[in-house]
Structures are given as structure tokens and as C-alpha cells.
Design a protein. Structure first.
Ligand code: FAD
Length: 321
């Protein structure tokens, strides 16, 4: 029996979230006495054997022209087939956009119980109970999976990446790969920027900045910190910033190690997308702003005075000034 982890990648690079899922899956295998295996679909520009450092013993690699374009239905069928043929008992995904669309489809195909957005290792001493976030991260639920086969999608940044020794065996897996039903006609890529969902540090700003012309200092701070940029919804709605930076309940949900919120009030819908951040720093001129209740560090003051000072301090620290 095995724990099978889906390895997600973009442009041939394995996502950080997948390294977390691999480490998580290896720990589950340790608990249940199973073998840790991984499945990779399509071409990856990294040494797959090195996934052994997370505890993976075998990597099943599926290569096929039909996998060049991501299609959750096609991917789900291949992963379900691999799970059946390799005797996988637990299948792990990241709860990122790919995982969210594939995991439920795999669960249906395998008649498996699914826990989405898991936040901790399962409790296996009495059944198989998985903790997950509910109510936009305001509470936890412990969910029991009673089916023989179990599917879990792990929240991004919820599990520390484990590094050990060892190389995985990489084997080709021949699957029946359908042609995608959806054809991508055009793709527009942002380049040279830190991907928001993968970023360790995110610098975010809201309506307190008054207008798009004032984002230069925010961009500068993000650049110095190697951070991704984000914004509140009204800012994206007003076209001050692009919608792919909008975080929150109706935007992207993120969980960086550091989230810096500048001139954002901290409405519940905004917090829903950022409250899993490890450390939250809030800069707001209103000491009563609700965001301070969720903050680890707060600066009460005018962003137009504080952010330039922060930029100077970071530059000094990095020896740029
Ligand atoms: C169904 C629904 C879904 C929603 N989804 C989202 C979502 O996904 N994401 C999201 O962000 N919002 C969402 N919203 C909107 C949300 O309710 C808030 O209206 C929004 O988050 C407020 O954005 P803001 O904090 O940038 O602006 P404001 O509420 O206007 O707050 C601006 C803040 O800046 C501070 N400020 C002003 N000037 C300065 C200065 N010079 N220096 C420092 N601070 C200053 C003010 O004190 C204030 O706290 C949603 C709303 C609904 C109804």
C-alpha cells in the first residue's frame, strides 16, 4: 500500500506547495506504515530523483502530448488510474488551484472520501481524522474519512518542507491519456514577478493609498523584500491595480510567511483571504481599524510617511543606500 502525492509544476518547475505536499504525504506514510510515492504529469526541468529528499521512494512519471495543456478532467483520470494500479490508499494534493480542481474528481473516480483544505497531519490512532479550516479560516473541523481510499488536499503553507537524504526511483508510467476537451487559444503570462500564491512575503495595499499613482513606494518595498504585490478588492475594482492582485474572499487566498497590509481596513472579506499568513504587519492611520485585531505587529500612522521610511531602512539593511 502507498501514499501517492501529486506533484504540481509550472513551466517545468515544481511548485513549493508540492514540496509541502510531498513532505506531508511522507509523514502520513510513516504514520500508517505505507510507502511514499509521487506522480508527475508532463515535462519537468528538475531532477525527479531528488524528490527522495522528502521521503519519496518512487516517482511515477507520465509523459504524453495530451498533458502539455492542463486539463483537470484529463489529469484526474490519469491520477486515478495510477492510484488503482499502484495500490495507493491515500492520495495527496496541494489545495492550490490545480489541486482544488483535480482532487474531487479523483475522489469520485476512486469512490474515496475527500478532505479539502487540510491543515494538519491526520490523527490515525482511532480512525482517520483530518483537521481542516472552515468558515474562511475562523475555525477548525476534524473530519473523519471512513472510506478505504482517502483523498486529501493540503492547504498551502500549512506544513513545513522536510529535507532528508535519499534518491527516489523514477519510473515511466504508461497511462491512457485522453485528449483535453477544452482548447487553450491564448495565454498571457506575467513575467519577472513573484507569484502571489507561492510568495513567502506579500506587500499589499488598499484604498488608503488614495490612487494608483501612489503605488511606486509599495512596489519599491516589494522589490526590496523580494515580495509579491497584492491589493484589496476596491482597489482592483477601481482598476488601480490588476485583478490578479486582489486577495480575499472573492479574490486569491494566500498564506505567506509575512503579509504587510498598507492602508487596508481589514474587512472580514479581506481577512478571509489572508488570515492564514504566519505574520501580519498592519500600517494604518486609524488606530481603530479592524485589521489591528488580526495583526502581529501594527504601526499606527500615515502610510505616506511610514512606507518611505521602511524603504530607506530596508535599503540600508541591504547596503543599497
Ligand atoms: C460579498 C463581498 C465580497 C468581498 N470580497 C472582498 C475581497 O475578496 N477582498 C477585499 O479586499 N474586499 C472584499 N470585499 C470588500 C470589503 O468588504 C471591503 O470593502 C474592502 O476590503 C475595503 O478595502 P480597503 O480596506 O482597501 O478600503 P477601505 O475600507 O476604504 O479602508 C481604507 C483604510 O485605509 C486607511 N487609511 C486611509 N488613509 C491612510 C493613510 N494615509 N495611511 C494609512 N492608512 C490609511 C483607513 O484608515 C482605512 O482603514 C468584499 C465585499 C463583499 C460585500
Amino acid at each position: 500500500m502507498s501514499v501517492l502525492i501529486f506533484v504540481d509544476h509550472t513551466d517545468g518547475h515544481i511548485k513549493k506547495a508540492s514540496h509541502e505536499a510531498l513532505s506531508y504525504g511522507a509523514k502520513i506514510a510513516e504514520q500508517t506504515g505505507d510507502v511514499t510515492e509521487a506522480i508527475v504529469l508532463g515535462t519537468v526541468n528538475e531532477d525527479l530523483a531528488s524528490l527522495g529528499e522528502h521521503g519519496v521512494k518512487k516517482v511515477h512519471h507520465v509523459q504524453h502530448d495530451n498533458l502539455k495543456q492542463f486539463d483537470s478532467q484529463v489529469y484526474a483520470k490519469v491520477i486515478a488510474e495510477a492510484a488503482e494500479k499502484t495500490g495507493a490508499k491515500t492520495i495527496i494534493f496541494s489545495n492550490n488551484s490545480s489541486g482544488k480542481s483535480i482532487a474531487p474528481r479523483v475522489a469520485v473516480r476512486l469512490k474515496a472520501g475527500l478532505v479539502a483544505a487540510a491543515s494538519a497531519l491526520p490523527e490515525t490512532s482511532n480512525g482517520f481524522n483530518v483537521r481542516k479550516n472552515v468558515f474562511s479560516g475562523k475555525a477548525f473541523a476534524n473530519v473523519a474519512i471512513n472510506s478505504d481510499i482517502k483523498v486529501i488536499s493540503l492547504n498551502v503553507n500549512a506544513f513545513t518542507i522536510l529535507h532528508g537524504e535519499g534518491k527516489a526511483e523514477v519510473v515511466a508510467f504508461n497511462a491512457n491519456v485522453d485528449a483535453p476537451k477544452i482548447k487553450t487559444i491564448d495565454t498571457t503570462k506575467t513575467s519577472g514577478k513573484v507569484t502571489l500564491t507561492e510568495a513567502d512575503v506579500v506587500v499589499s495595499a488598499g484604498r488608503g493609498l488614495k490612487g494608483p499613482e501612489n503605488w511606486k513606494m509599495v512596489e519599491e518595498l516589494a522589490e526590496h523584500l523580494g515580495a509579491a504585490l497584492a491589493c484589496s478588492r476596491p482597489v482592483a475594482d477601481a482598476h488601480w491595480r490588476p485583478h490578479n492582485e486582489h486577495v480575499g474572499q472573492t479574490g486569491i487566498a494566500i498564506a505567506p510567511n509575512l503579509y504587510i497590509a498598507i492602508g487596508i481596513s481589514g474587512a472580514i472579506q479581506h481577512l478571509a483571504g489572508v488570515n492564514r499568513s504566519k505574520v501580519i504587519v498592519v500600517i494604518n492611520k486609524d488606530s481603530e481599524a479592524p485589521f489591528f485585531k488580526a495583526a502581529d505587529y501594527g504601526i499606527v500612522g500615515d502610510a505616506f510617511e511610514i512606507v518611505p521610511k521602511l524603504n530607506d531602512a530596508v535599503k540600508k539593511l541591504k547596503g543599497i543606500a
